[in-house]
Design a protein. Structure first.
Length: 163
């Protein structure tokens, strides 16, 4: 368990994600495999973007979903299913949030399932945020994976030096 300013997260999340506090927003890994993941976020006064007497604005749910989807990519990379890459959230389709804030004391379960992948560059994920078996938000995320490799970086360095 990693602690930063009273916000905690599992070491396994640190192993799978490039995110670091204060922008590492998910706290606990519940499940991850090559096609789905589930993470938890505990909403409290130490949560990023928390407003006293309100909670965390619902639009932060998109980032909760994105980080939970990124766990799948981290798992796939760790297991040799995909190569090193940078992940970019291209879009969110049909984000529906059923309250304005995630209120203090809630334990959010963020669920992501890879819906489709196009080649090895694009992927879509069906995501939901639930608490006490009630859906608080849902969306479909589209992610672009830009592959990185040392040969490409070396080539780009050579081009920059020649200019």
């Amino acid at each position: 368990m990693i602690t930063d300013n009273q916000v905690t997260c599992d070491q396994r999340i640190i192993d799978l994600l490039p995110h670091r506090p204060p922008m590492l927003l998910i706290n606990k890994l519940v499940l991850v495999n090559e096609q789905q993941s589930c993470a938890q976020v505990i909403i409290n006064q130490h949560s990023a973007f928390f407003s006293p007497n309100l909670g965390v604005p619902n639009w932060i749910g998109i980032e909760y979903m994105g980080q939970t989807a990124a766990l799948i990519a981290g798992y796939q990379l760790e297991n040799g299913i995909i190569g090193p890459h940078l992940g970019f959230l291209l879009g969110t389709r049909n984000y529906q949030a059923y309250s304005a804030y995630f209120t203090e004391g809630l334990c959010l379960n963020i669920n992501c399932k890879e819906k489709a992948s196009i080649g090895d560059g694009l992927a879509t994920f069906d995501c939901s945020i639930e608490s006490d078996n009630k859906c608080l938000a849902e969306a479909t995320l589209t992610v672009f994976r830009k592959h990185t490799n040392t040969n490409e970086r070396s080539h780009n360095k050579n081009i920059n030096h020649e200019s």
